[in-house]
Each structure stands twice: as structure tokens, then as C-alpha cells.
Design a protein around this ligand. Structure first.
Ligand SMILES: Cc1ncc(COP(=O)(O)O)c(C=O)c1O
Length: 407
């Protein structure tokens, strides 16, 4: 970071090591996270979906690589609930003092129903055995457990089938230890151009909602929509929406648009070495890339061990506000770029892998495109070796009032 003189080789570095954070002050590779941008993205989503549905902020997978605890703290006063995939992720948040309602979407509970209830995590269940175990654990604790039931409406991943749902609802009614808090589903194709699969999934879900609401009138919080569904299919918003990706300032596909989103993560480093090479000289493992002209090659201190994808094609980074190409294969800890056309580029120069430099910007979608993957994988893949530095951007847009309904 520019504000940290230890990251600038020219500084001379006289600060005793004990006084600095060695994770950010030796190697200059950092992910800078703007928590204010995440809060403002929440508010943009709220404006888009209106005051109706509750918003449960999805912060699974370490908040898509942004740091779950920091993001939870930034979002807990705005969100009606937070949503994670794993029990372990919920426990991490509780251990850090996060008090907001937390929904566990992934539904892998093994034999840990008691811990889930003890830590006030709200389980999503689809398995009759789990239902019985939650009922038994809750009965022992002397307080019924509020659970959500997941219905498979076409993704074939998790959830009870629509045919099996009535029997599972019967079971909920029979068990004194559990109460139904809501029904949910997940859409497989809400970000695709064809709206038919989402319409069909919703059509399958609608009778399930009808059945449950006849048995539990007026008490359920039903939810289905991820970012894409919440934005593109207003009918899917139901009582609560579960957006993840848009909070981090990006969209799942070009068919999903949320005006004004701000990317919350910037990935940057500095040039650690340069080489003047002749035409024909090979760069990196396998010698696959060779210079077509006399070239100035710069080495960057990050690689696939940091989550920068190895299989990128025609990828670029920004140096001195200029787009420059990656050359040769990405190594575990380093990769090389061609700075021949950037006058004066040298050791210590800032390099932007994701983010803005002058008039140029590299988005996470750009990098995902070069790597043949999706933005989700790029963000989640930035490894723990890359320190997350949080911008103290408390300049939040006015908090939107969370609706009363929570899990
Ligand atoms: C069950 C569930 N709900 C919501 C989300 C959030 O999706 P998105 O990040 O596309 O908004 C996910 C993410 O994959 C999910 O698995």
C-alpha cells in the first residue's frame, strides 16, 4: 500500500520489524477491501428490490474471499440476517462476536445439532434424519428449534423433492422439538438469458409455498432469490432474498445488471525484479513464451499459490496506468509481465491485478474471462497468503431499515 513506507523499496526501510505487520510490509501483495463499498452495494440492492423483502447477506466462503468477520461487522446492522454455507463458518462468526441471525444454507450438520442450536445458528434442512436430530436436540434443550426446509425445484443439488415435501411437513408437525420458519429453494439458471428454467422452478415452488402457508398461515419467511433472481425476477423475492455476489460489487453474468455497484476488492502488488532480454529469449517454466523483440520483463511477487489463476490466456495487469500483458506461465509465487512499452517501469512500481489505475480498470470479470471461469471462483480463490487490508470507509450511505422478518 502506498501508505505503508515499508512497501516502497525507496524508503530505506528503517522501521524495526517488531513494529510493523509483516504480512503487509515485506511482500507488497495485498487485497484491499472497501467495506464502505460493500455497505453501499447493499443499499443499492435495497433500492432495487424495494422495502418488501428482507435481505440476508450471503457471506459464505469467507465472504467470497473478502473476510467473513469484517464483512459481517460491516453488514450486520443493515441485514435482517447473514447466510453462510457451513456450520463452521457460522461458528467462526459467533466466536468473533457477531450477534446477527445466521442461516446455515449448506445443510451439512453431521451430529452437531446441539452446537448449531447453542450458537443460535438457523439450520436449513432437507433430510428427515436431520429433522429428527434437531427435534431431539431442541427437546433436550427445552426450546423448539426454528428450521427452514429446502425444496429442490430443478437444480438437483440439495433439497427435498416437491413430491416428498408433504411427508416432511407432516413430520415437522408431529415433532414438538421443531417449528417451521420458512421454505426455501435455489435457482440454477437465474443468470442465464433464457428465463424459462427460473419460471419453471418458481412454478414448481409455488404449490409448495401454498401448502406450507395453509398449515402455518402468516408465520413463514420464505426465500429463494440469489443476486440474479432478485434482480431479474421480482416474483422470486418472496419474504427474503439471499444476495452474495452483488454485495461485493460484481454481477454473476452480463444478463444481470445493478446500476452503480462498486467493486469492493482491489488486488495489487509491486514489481520485484526486471530483466532486459533479447529477442528469442524464453520466459518462465517450459519456455513456452519467447520474446519477439528485445524486451523488458518484470517479475511480480504473486502466483497461483495466492489464487492468481495459472490458466490465463491474454491476461493483462496495469502498470503506470497502462495495460501490459502477462508473459510465460504463472508460477506458484511469481509471474512475469512485459513492460517494454511502459517508459521507466521498474522495481517498486505499483501493479494492479484487479482494480483501477488511472483511466484503466481490470475487473474481476475480466480476470475470470481470461481464466475461463466465473468471478465467484476468482474472488473465493484469493488465498489466505494474501493479506486483506480494510479501508476504513465508514462513509456509508444511510442505513436502510431492515424489515422485521428475520429467520
Ligand atoms: C443457496 C444459496 N443462496 C444464495 C447464494 C448467493 O448467490 P449469489 O452470490 O449469486 O447472489 C448462493 C451462492 O451460491 C447459494 O448457494
Amino acid at each position: 500500500l502506498a501508505s505503508n513506507p515499508r512497501n516502497t523499496p525507496a524508503s530505506g526501510g528503517a522501521v524495526p520489524l517488531a513494529e510493523v505487520d509483516i504480512r503487509t510490509s515485506i511482500r507488497p501483495t495485498v487485497a484491499t477491501i472497501d467495506l464502505g463499498a460493500i455497505q453501499r452495494n447493499f443499499v443499492r440492492l435495497r433500492q432495487m428490490v424495494g422495502a418488501g423483502p428482507a435481505i440476508w447477506s450471503v457471506i459464505k466462503a469467507d465472504a467470497y474471499g473478502h473476510g467473513a468477520v469484517a464483512v459481517a461487522r460491516a453488514l450486520e446492522s443493515l441485514s435482517s440476517a447473514l447466510a453462510v454455507s457451513l456450520v463452521e463458518e457460522g461458528l467462526e462468526l459467533r466466536a468473533a462476536g457477531v450477534r446477527a441471525p445466521i442461516v446455515v444454507l449448506g445443510a451439512a450438520f453431521n451430529r452437531h445439532q446441539n452446537e448449531v442450536l447453542e450458537e443460535r445458528l438457523t439450520p436449513v434442512v432437507y433430510d428427515p434424519g436431520d429433522l429428527d436430530r434437531f427435534a431431539a436436540a431442541a427437546t433436550k434443550r427445552g426450546r423448539p428449534a426454528a428450521i427452514h426446509i429446502k425444496v429442490d425445484t430443478g437444480m438437483s443439488r440439495l433439497g427435498v423433492s416437491t413430491a416428498e415435501l408433504p411427508a416432511l411437513l407432516d413430520r415437522v408437525e408431529e415433532l414438538p422439538g421443531v417449528t417451521l420458519a420458512g421454505l426455501c429453494t435455489h435457482f440454477a439458471s437465474a443468470d442465464m438469458p433464457d428465463s424459462a428454467p427460473t419460471d419453471e422452478a418458481l412454478a414448481r415452488f409455488a404449490p409448495c409455498l401454498g401448502l406450507a402457508s395453509r398449515r402455518w398461515p402468516g408465520t413463514l419467511t420464505n426465500h429463494a432469490a440469489n443476486t440474479a433472481a432478485a434482480v431479474r425476477f421480482p416474483k422470486t423475492r418472496l419474504d427474503a432474498i439471499r444476495p452474495g455476489l452483488a454485495l461485493y460489487g460484481t454481477v454473476p453474468s452480463p444478463h444481470v445488471s445493478v446500476p452503480g455497484l462498486e467493486p469492493a476488492l482491489r488486488l495489487s502488488t509491486r514489481i520485484m525484479a526486471t530483466h532486459e532480454i533479447d529477442a528469442g529469449t524464453a520466459v518462465s517454466y517450459g519456455g513456452i513464451w519467447r520474446a519477439a523483440r528485445p524486451s523488458r520483463i518484470a517479475t511480480l511477487p504473486l502466483g497461483y499459490a495466492d489464487g492468481y489463476p495459472r490458466h490465463v490466456h491474454a491476461a493483462e495487469v496495469l502498470v503506470r496506468g497502462t495495460r501490459v500483458p502477462i508473459v510465460g506461465v504463472v508460477c506458484m509465487d511469481m509471474f512475469m509481465i512485459d513492460v517494454t512499452d511502459v517508459p521507466g517501469a521498474g522495481v517498486g512500481d505499483a501493479v494492479t491485478l484487479i482494480g483501477q489505475d488511472g483511466a484503466q480498470r481490470i475487473t474481476v470479470e475480466d480476470l475470470a474471462g481470461w481464466a475461463g471461469t466465473v468471478s465467484y471462483e476468482i474472488l473465493c480463490g484469493i488465498s489466505k497468503r494474501v493479506p486483506r487490508v480494510y479501508l476504513n470507509s465508514s462513509t456509508t450511505a444511510p442505513p436502510s431499515q431492515p424489515p422485521a422478518s428475520s429467520p
